[in-house]
Design a protein around this ligand. Structure first.
Ligand code: ZN
Length: 286
């Protein structure tokens, strides 16, 4: 049995999908509301015998790996890795990655490095002092919460982040721009400058974008978000989802709010099944 088959045979598809979709028994199968299209009566069916799923509404279907791919919007290699880890199967080598996947990996790495850079400036460096005081004194956010959510400060300089990522970490300017961290004008300039920055995570904890707030109410616009990139589709992301997902699963419902601070103050008060919509209208993907 090859590794893919091993992962599949050690994954119980009903248990897996049951973590995301409320299922009920229907004869030899299980059914529930399809997570991939909007419906009121269940046409999403799982066969435990054949270890497959199928939706008679939108016609999507497949095995446990394709469910994870579809649900988390990740590629085959990532889905396999995720399930292998859950099932305790050691993969012998890296699953072959395409150029597109390699590109995405480097954008994730760049976002991660940017977050560390911003976070260091906010919590350790004097340039972030004013921003830190704003968060802790004016907004009453505890330092532990600031660190948990990876909040940082983007300095006012023209391209301090881009310089750091390019000169010190050896990433190409093209990738830095493609990640949405800088703009190409006459010179390369950092996208976020003089702002508090909030990383936006996907459900698995990868940083897909940032949201930046001006330090005073004169800053215009008050909030800016990373433009849409290969990693970030505004209509599909929710601020706080990575930190809130367990509690949402437990409580079976989520509180939706509008802004980062609504999420953060709720977490401070111990309410953690809460997420913020990015953008104005709630979409089906969210
Ligand atoms: Zn469907």
């Amino acid at each position: 049995m090859d590794e893919i088959e091993q992962v599949k045979s050690k994954t119980d598809i009903v248990e897996l999908i049951g973590q995301y979709v409320k299922l009920s028994k229907a004869g030899r199968n299980f059914k529930g509301l399809c997570p991939f299209h909007n419906e009121k009566s269940p046409s999403f069916v799982i066969s435990p015998e054949r270890q497959i799923w199928h939706c008679f509404g939108c016609n999507k279907g497949g095995d446990s790996i394709s469910f994870v791919e579809e649900y988390d919007r990740i590629d085959f290699a990532e889905a396999l890795k995720f399930l292998a880890q859950k099932a305790g199967v050691t993969l012998s080598g890296p699953v072959h990655k395409t150029e597109r996947e390699k590109k995405k990996d480097s954008l994730y790495e760049l976002n991660h490095l940017a977050q560390q850079f911003y976070s260091y400036l906010l919590t350790e460096h004097k340039v972030g002092k004013k921003a830190l005081v704003y968060l802790t004194d004016e907004r009453k956010l505890p330092l532990a919460l600031i660190k948990k959510f990876g909040i940082g400060y983007a300095p006012t300089g023209e391209n301090m982040l881009a310089q750091y990522l390019n000169k010190k970490k050896k990433y190409s300017l093209e990738d830095i721009i493609d990640a949405g961290l800088a703009n190409q004008g006459r010179v390369v300039t950092d996208f976020f400058r003089g702002r508090v920055v909030f990383p936006i995570h996907d459900v698995r904890g990868n940083i897909i974008a940032f949201s930046g707030r001006g330090l005073d109410d004169q800053t215009f616009p008050k909030y800016v978000n990373t433009r849409e990139t290969k990693l970030y589709r505004k209509s599909e992301s929710l601020y706080g989802i990575f930190f809130a997902k367990e509690e949402i699963r437990t409580q079976k419902h989520a509180i939706l709010v509008e802004g980062e601070f609504d999420v953060l103050t709720s977490f401070r008060e111990g309410i953690s099944n809460i997420v913020a919509v990015k953008g104005t209208a709630l979409t089906l993907e969210q």
